[in-house]
Design a protein around this ligand. Structure first.
Ligand code: SF4
Length: 227
């Protein structure tokens, strides 16, 4: 894998790409390489975002689909929803379609995404009242308090993201890491296709409607036909 379309030096990095970097640098690289995936989780995310980032549904107290940019950090993105509070202070609300079988937990990528949106809005002259994640499948709202360490961590992530996507080669896959079992890019990343070693984590089928095939003969192998 090489020849990726690298953003020009001063071209802003998408905030979503920094969130990918926070999850796994290889995923950020694959995303820039155009390796998109079509998983149930991604489809749920798109569906659950319906209307939450549609600027046409904005109201005075609730702005939708607001584009943001920070020239200082070199990032740009779009906020799902901004709640307008007293004196015009904004609460940044991100919608996440975390499956109900997992906890409604604010992860490092989510914190980074909220932090960058807030910092960009502040640079654009807005006052920030808070940050929130709304878990659509849990119907749960979680307010997020961002510390100075979170902001510093996020700024470092932006620099790391630029370094990742400037590389001609993809970072190595994680090894036996639980993140791979819930990664939207596992089908193109193929984290288990590496030098022979015992894989200790559970392998998840990317298509939950598919059938599990058990190979009962010792030493037998099976592969998918090309295409
Ligand atoms: S499958 Fe694992 S190694 Fe590959 S991009 Fe996802 S988290 Fe990273």
């Amino acid at each position: 894998m090489n020849a990726i379309p690298v953003p020009a030096g001063d071209e802003p990095i998408p905030i979503s790409l920094v969130a990918h970097q926070a999850f796994c640098p290889r995923r950020a690289w694959l995303e820039v390489a155009g390796e998109r995936t079509d998983t149930v989780q991604v489809a749920a995310g798109v569906t659950d975002h319906g209307g939450t980032d549609d600027a046409g549904t904005s109201r005075a107290a609730r702005l939708r689909g607001v584009d943001v940019r920070s020239d200082r950090l070199g990032i740009s993105g779009r906020c799902d929803t901004l709640e307008v509070g007293e004196g015009g202070a904004l609460t940044v609300v991100e919608y996440k379609a975390t499956p109900v079988r997992r906890k409604a937990e604010v992860t490092r990528p989510m914190r980074a995404q909220l932090a960058l949106q807030g910092m960009a809005l502040a640079e654009m002259g807005h006052r920030i009242a808070g940050h929130t994640v709304y878990f659509t499948q849990h119907r749960t709202r979680v307010d997020v308090s961002l510390s100075a360490e979170d902001l510093a961590d996020t700024e470092a992530l932006v620099a790391e993201t630029r370094k990742t996507i400037s590389s001609d080669t993809a970072p190595s896959p994680l090894e036996d890491d639980p993140r791979c079992t819930r990664c939207s890019h596992a089908a193109v990343c193929l984290p288990d296709e590496r030098s022979l070693a015992t894989v200790r984590r559970r392998i998840m089928a990317p298509n939950p409607d598919g059938q599990v095939l058990h190979l009962a003969t010792p030493g037998s192998r099976r592969s998918l036909p090309p295409g």
